[in-house]
Design a protein around this ligand. Structure first.
Ligand SMILES: O=C(O)CCC(=O)C(=O)O
Ligand SMILES: [Fe+2]
Length: 357
């Protein structure tokens, strides 16, 4: 066990103040050690994806997923978020997507870097650049303790500089994680369903204020980039509108944490958007754990022991008679924001007592 695990068990070794003092005891090969140092100092590290069958897998993924993307819309209108150019959780139906997400050598490496078992929980497959605003994944998928999350971006083809490559700001992972209270956002004050956009001006200003310089990922097919939970990253501008940018992103969590969405949570006042996370390697739910105990068994001072507040936000079931179109017409602000009716109702509408019929 490293000194970091002994004294700071709730901090990933690779993100720990005690990283240098722990490095020799992490059981790393020389090349893994380079990755660890890079991830610690810069918040990202590049590796050749360790899979002998990768080329065949990529061929099969591209063939299987191509019909699922709306390339016609892309050619005429360009990228707009979630309009058919991203397939989420294709691991459920495609063995090769799953095999990449669950690659044993990657899991083993991440386990050594973070000091807990890693497991994949979400895949995203993109055929083109996302041009997504720079962001920290920590507002979408965080954990308690924080930073037990990382992303792996795998190039499924050689990525051209004009294809809108992944962009990131080295070192920004060490900046504070920005939460709702820091940007003056509180659930219940309106526009609750906006996750990322309320943060974007603050991140952009932080980049400007620090003078941080962007780097771009121009990988060969089969190269991958690991990023730390709070590294600012996004999809850069796609200069050549006809170029594809095939990639698979896998997001990983680590054992024995509580998993939640900070953008939809104000923990101090009991709003906690706890996630029901499926471990892709087992297909089972990953238990939400707070310092070695299931969160619903933690004794809360001054409160009856159960049910605890955390159980409330467990995503509920849609009412049988839920009609998405009717919901949007009854809630024009939701419709105006372009939110998905089902997701909005489960996440917010229910607790806001919004009308759905
Ligand atoms: O591929 C991109 O352009 C960004 C992907 C991303 O931000 C993510 O999956 O977390
Ligand atoms: Fe991201």
């Amino acid at each position: 066990m490293t000194v970091s695990q002994k004294l700071l068990p709730g901090v990933p070794i690779v993100e720990s103040m005690l990283f240098s003092a722990s490095l020799d005891a992490m059981g790393l090969t020389n090349s893994e050690r380079d990755i660890a140092i890079q991830l610690n100092e810069q918040g990202f590290a590049v590796l050749d994806f360790p899979d002998e069958d990768l080329d065949q897998r990529i061929d099969r993924i591209v063939t299987a997923l191509t019909p699922q993307y709306d390339f016609d819309q892309w050619r005429t209108h360009g990228w707009a978020a979630n309009t058919g150019l991203r397939v989420q959780d294709a691991w459920k139906t495609h063995d090769d997507v799953r095999a990449i997400a669950a690659n044993a050598a990657v899991l083993d490496l991440l386990g050594k870097l973070y000091g807990r078992r890693a497991f994949p929980f979400q895949t995203l497959n993109f055929p083109v650049g996302t041009q997504q605003h720079i962001h920290s994944d920590s507002i979408h998928f965080s954990s308690v303790p924080e930073r037990f999350m990382c992303g792996v971006w795998l190039a499924l083809e050689d990525i051209h500089p004009d294809a809108g490559p992944l962009v990131y700001y080295p070192g920004s992972h060490k900046w504070p994680i920005i939460y709702n209270d820091m940007i003056g956002k509180v659930i219940g004050a309106g526009a609750d369903f906006l996750a990322q956009s309320p943060y974007e001006n603050a991140w952009a200003a932080m980049v400007e204020a620090t003078g941080a310089k962007p780097e771009y990922f121009y990988p060969r097919k089969g190269q991958a980039l690991i990023w730390a939970a709070n590294l600012l990253h996004g999809g850069s501008r796609q200069n050549d509108p006809g170029r594809t940018r095939w990639s698979q992103v896998t997001h990983y969590y680590f054992d024995d944490c509580a998993y939640f969405t900070p953008a939809f949570s104000d923990p101090l006042v009991g709003n906690l958007d706890l996630r029901q996370i499926v471990d892709i390697t087992t297909g089972e739910l990953a238990p939400n754990i707070y310092v070695d105990r299931p969160v619903d068994q933690v004794v809360r001072r001054g409160a009856p022991p159960a049910p605890v507040a955390q159980s409330a936000p467990v995503p509920g079931k849609l009412p049988k008679d839920f009609d998405p179109a009717l919901y949007l017409s009854l809630n024009p602000d939701v419709a105006a924001a372009g939110a998905d009716a089902r997701k909005h109702y489960l996440r917010f509408g229910m607790r806001e007592n919004r009308r759905y019929r």
